[in-house]
Each structure stands twice: as structure tokens, then as C-alpha cells.
Design a protein around this ligand. Structure first.
Ligand SMILES: [Zn+2]
Length: 393
């Protein structure tokens, strides 16, 4: 640009610069209002920061134990100091993620959380059907996290837990792989049940001895589709080994995104693989973390290609960490000592409105996650203790 510098030209240039600077913020704010789907990867059963983002090789190309997570961190906002100040069991910690309240003062495991889940807040505000709020969990314990005991919320606004017995075939394989001896009585029982499930033409839709596990018609239809032999890649069946629960959770998650029966607004995938650490093998634990990293990377590609990609927010966060090697915690195999190894976690957020490659080191709380999800879905979470995370809300 040539010509004399005038006050008018100065103001025009300054205005243009200010508008350019403000534009991404305005754009991000608009996109924030357009989140239609929230996907939560509960990373673990118990994963420490020291085997993920605080690993010395985490960000070293070709050497990272978590190459997918570090790649995703460059596209999202990484919180490196998220604290679980409440319960350190998987159920309690997952409840803290979903309700934004500590589970600590509450009653024994198995009792519903008193504070509403994000499922209930969302369904009460939107009138959406239960099948839009799915929690996929292959663990053996039933998790009553579909709804709380709060009088204003509760069952009529709850989500749907796709529970353990829907994973029957995979579990039988798990038992057989673990025992290895076909003469073992338990092995024979598992084999017999696996044969029944195979003969039924499903990969383990449900234990035939048990009543239907899901009481939701749409969710049942989605599961039937998912387990339809024609549609299950054979690879999945062959891969059913130690990591089978997580592989199947991932598979069911993919099927949920493409299902004509369910259209999840909130999809929670509870992974468990790394909790193999309880057995005491650090190598198995590390391998499980790397496997989970690969599964998350695979699922991200599916999300990126989905029609709802531009309206999807993803939250990746462990429930708990694991104890430190020193300090009386018993080392990596447990996660209840209360030391920083089990309390200091991460959260990684990917969404169209966030600034890629942002790292946030200040201390934030696990109870902030539910209100943050609420902000994405534009629902209030008044009974949550935490506050929406400013960088991503
Ligand atoms: Zn555990």
C-alpha cells in the first residue's frame, strides 16, 4: 500500500487487524454452540500420567508409547494437572466424571450417585430419548451410573448402560485364553457357552440363560445390528484375547455412531485394559496403555469422517491414575493409596471450537468435567461441584 499515512487509513488498518484477531474467537464461540455430540473415552481402568503424557518419550517421534494421544494433543487442549480428589475406585471415579460431584461421602459401591449424571441433565433439558445417552462398559460389575437417586432426575431421565453380559462371547474367550487347559472344568463351561452363542448366530448378544440385558428397544436393535454376523469383521473375533473387552467396546462405539436405531448425543466408552496392572506385570500394563492409545486413534479417525464431525466434542480422561512406586502406595499395581500417582490425571479435549495444541498446566478438578460437558450441550449442571473449564467451555 502506498500513499500518505493518514489518520483515516490508520483507523481502517487498525479496525481490520482487530476484526481479524477477533474473528477466530467469534467463530469458535459460534461453533461451541453447535456441539450435538459428546464422546467420552474413559482411558483406563487407571492410567498414570507417568506412562502417558509425562512419559519422557511421550512427544518423541517414533519412540512414543502414546503416539496417537500425542498426535491428538496437537489438535486439542491438553490438561496436565487434572485432580481426582475423591474416590479412587473405578466406579466412584467414573461417577465423579459423569456427575461433577465427589462420590467420597456417599454410600458403598453399588449405590446410585445422589447427584444427577450428565445423561439426566441432558435428557431433562432436551426431552431426548434414553437411547441418545449410552455408556458402553464390558466390565463384569454392573455399573449403576445410568442415573442418580436425585428426586428431580432419576430413572425417567437416565441413560442406557450396555452392560457386561452383552459381551458374553468375548468373555468366554477371555476365560478360555486365561485357563489355556481344555480339560479344566471352567474352560469346558466357557467353551460350551461360547458354542451356544456361536450357534445362535450372534457374537455374544446376550447370555441365553439371562433375561435381555437392555430394557431399551432402540438400544437392543442397535446391538442386534452390531452383533449381526454379517457385519462383524472376522478380525474382531480373532482379536478377542486379553484386550477383547476394549476392542469390543470400541467396535460397539463405532456401530453406535453409524446406527439407524440410536443417535448418541452422549457416548461414554469405559475402557479397562490397563487395569491388568493389578496382576503385577508392568510390561502388561504398558502394553495395555499402548493398545488403548491405538484404539483411541482408530476411533478418532471414525469420528473425523462422520457426518457429525464438526458438531462433536471428544473428552479423553482416565478415571484414576496408579500408585507411585515409592511412598507406601504399593507401586503401579494398585490405585488407592491417595498419592499423586493416582490423583494427578490428564484430560484431552478435541472440539471444533478449541484452540489446537493448547496445553494447560494449572490444577483443575475431575468435577469440572461434567459442567464442561454441560456447557457443550448447553445444559445447566446445577448440582455439580465443579465449573466448566474456561479454555474449552
Ligand atoms: Zn483397578
Amino acid at each position: 500500500m502506498t500513499g500518505p499515512f493518514t489518520r483515516r487509513r490508520f483507523l481502517a488498518a487498525a479496525g481490520a487487524a482487530a476484526a481479524t484477531a477477533a474473528f477466530p474467537r467469534i467463530l469458535r464461540a459460534q461453533q461451541a454452540r453447535n456441539i450435538q455430540r459428546v464422546v467420552v473415552f474413559r482411558f483406563g481402568g487407571g492410567v498414570r500420567l507417568s506412562e502417558t503424557f509425562a512419559h519422557p518419550l511421550a512427544f518423541v517421534k517414533d519412540s512414543s508409547p502414546i503416539p496417537n494421544l500425542t498426535e491428538l494433543a496437537s489438535k486439542g487442549v491438553l490438561y496436565t494437572n487434572l485432580r481426582n480428589e475423591g474416590r479412587l475406585d473405578h466406579l466412584g471415579a467414573t461417577a465423579q466424571i459423569l456427575t461433577g460431584q465427589f462420590y467420597d461421602a456417599w454410600k458403598p459401591m453399588g449405590v446410585r450417585p445422589p447427584a444427577p449424571t450428565i445423561f439426566e441433565y441432558y435428557r431433562l433439558a432436551s426431552g431426548a430419548p434414553a437411547s441418545r445417552c449410552l455408556l458402553l462398559d464390558p466390565s463384569r460389575s454392573a455399573i449403576p451410573l445410568d442415573y442418580s437417586s436425585d428426586a428431580q432426575h432419576g430413572a425417567q431421565h437416565g441413560g442406557v448402560v450396555v452392560p457386561s453380559r452383552l459381551f458374553g462371547r468375548a468373555q468366554m474367550q477371555f476365560v478360555m485364553d486365561g485357563l489355556k487347559n481344555p480339560k479344566d472344568a471352567l474352560y469346558r463351561d466357557a467353551k460350551a457357552l461360547a458354542d451356544i452363542l456361536d450357534a445362535e448366530g450372534f457374537e455374544g448378544l446376550e447370555d441365553p440363560k439371562a433375561p435381555p440385558a437392555s430394557s431399551n428397544k432402540d438400544v437392543d436393535e442397535y446391538l442386534k445390528d452390531a452383533f449381526n454376523r454379517e457385519k462383524v469383521p472376522r478380525k474382531v473375533e480373532k482379536d478377542v484375547k486379553i484386550a477383547s473387552g476394549d476392542a469390543l467396546t470400541l467396535f460397539l462405539g463405532k456401530m453406535a455412531l453409524g446406527s439407524r436405531h440410536v443417535n448418541p448425543a452422549i457416548l461414554v466408552l469405559n475402557f479397562h485394559g490397563p487395569d491388568v496392572a493389578h496382576r503385577g506385570s508392568v510390561a502388561e500394563y504398558r502394553r495395555a496403555v499402548t493398545e488403548l492409545d491405538a484404539l483411541v486413534g482408530e476411533f478418532w479417525k471414525v469420528i473425523e469422517k462422520s457426518p457429525a464431525a464438526k458438531a462433536t466434542a471428544v473428552l479423553i480422561t482416565p478415571d484414576v491414575g496408579r500408585d507411585l512406586e515409592a511412598g507406601g502406595g504399593g507401586g503401579f499395581s494398585g490405585h488407592r493409596s491417595g498419592d499423586l500417582g493416582c490423583r494427578r490425571l490428564f484430560a484431552l479435549v478435541l472440539a471444533p471450537h478449541v484452540k489446537p495444541g493448547t496445553r494447560v498446566d494449572r490444577v483443575v478438578s475431575q468435577t469440572d468435567l461434567c459442567p464442561t460437558m454441560g456447557s457443550w450441550l448447553q445444559v445447566e449442571t446445577p448440582l455439580a461441584k465443579g465449573k466448566p473449564l474456561a479454555e474449552v467451555a
